[in-house]
Design a binder for this molecule. Structure first.
Ligand code: SF4
Ligand code: SF4
Length: 320
């Protein structure tokens, strides 16, 4: 894989500092049942890295100590972690809101029939990736048959009440572009998705989050291999909106890797950029005694991916 980091490191992206921490995003590991072209964590069925129980327990302690309100679970496919159910049930029992960043095809895998009813029973917010409403585009980006499996999984979630008015079970979808271009306007695309998915498949959902592809890891390598890296960076930089820097997710979220190390966001985790831009990695246990609030954020060229156009965060556009 080609490494885009040397092209991102020296950057004029403006300095940022943290606000109040509200969300701990735990990367439970890189194990995933599929392998997508754009995946910025390079996840797949071949990956074996998984967070251990001690790191999960520490994360729950930190959440309590720092008055975090949301545990945001990601991967890989977080549901493939053998301790997923324990973690979710414990977090919910302690009053935390839990979000599952779910690749919906996992609901269709043999042995994972428990996932959908479990998520509904624990009232977990589901953020499901569906990068297009067209089968052709999704299968090109994520693999053969992924679209059909995703549709069946979303129908199953709807059957449990997800995405239905007044159920309180939130189902959000995630779109990311199938190439080196910025996402279209989130509100317009959300209306298209709602109409097309309802008409064709009877699917309902709450919100669509549009995310820009980050020029790092697998997508960064793809850009470099196509000679498209500089043009994509120029697109991001030309679309930079300074007002988006106020809402980028690193202001209120900390990302934790499967070994318990802390980063300013998931992207920085993949780049191994220590929290705060220091040289030494910071571990979750430090957060038992020290707040992150007001500390510097490690920024570099890839940050333009969060501020370009309508902006991009784990909750979708910043200015939808
Ligand atoms: S489903 Fe998500 S974690 Fe898995 S390979 Fe695709 S983008 Fe990566
Ligand atoms: S990539 Fe985005 S979320 Fe991460 S540090 Fe840069 S601006 Fe913040």
């Amino acid at each position: 894989m080609l490494d885009s980091w040397p092209r991102l490191q020296a950057s004029d992206f403006p300095a940022l500092t943290r606000g109040s921490l509200t969300t701990l995003q735990l990367n439970l590991g890189y194990l995933c049942n599929i392998r997508c072209v754009h995946c910025h964590v390079d996840a797949g069925p071949h990956r074996t890295e998984l967070m251990d129980r001690a790191a999960m327990e520490l994360a729950l302690q930190v959440a309590e100590r720092r008055r975090v309100t949301t545990l945001d679970l990601t991967g890989g496919s977080p549901e493939m972690h053998p301790e997923f159910r324990w973690l979710v049930a414990t977090a919910r029992g302690r009053g935390l809101h839990v979000t599952d960043r779910c690749n919906p095809t996992i609901l269709e895998e043999p042995g994972y029939e428990w996932v959908a009813p479990f998520l509904a029973a624990e009232r977990v917010e589901v953020v499901a990736s569906l990068p297009c409403h067209s089968a052709e585009n999704v299968d090109e980006q994520r693999g053969e048959g992924v679209f059909a499996a995703s549709i069946r999984a979303l129908q199953r979630l709807n059957g449990l009440g997800y995405g239905r008015p007044d159920s309180g079970l939130v189902l959000n979808l995630v779109y990311n572009p199938n190439g080196a271009f910025l996402p279209p306007a989130q509100a317009v695309l959300e209306a298209d998705y709602k109409r097309l998915l309802a008409d064709r498949f009877g699917i309902a959902f709450d919100r669509l989050f549009t995310l820009a592809n980050m020029p790092i890891k697998r997508f960064g390598s793809w850009l470099l291999s196509k000679g498209a890296f500089d043009a994509y960076m120029a697109t991001l930089r030309a679309a930079h909106r300074p007002e988006n820097t106020a809402g980028v997710m690193c202001r209120t979220l900390a990302s934790v890797d499967h070994q318990g190390y802390v980063y300013d966001c998931d992207f920085n985790q993949m780049l191994r950029l220590p929290q705060g831009g220091g040289t030494a990695p910071r571990h979750l246990r430090e957060l038992l005694d020290a707040s992150l609030d007001g500390t510097p954020i490690a920024v570099a060229g890839h940050c333009y991916g969060c501020t370009a156009g309508q902006g991009s965060s784990c909750g979708g556009a910043l200015d939808p």
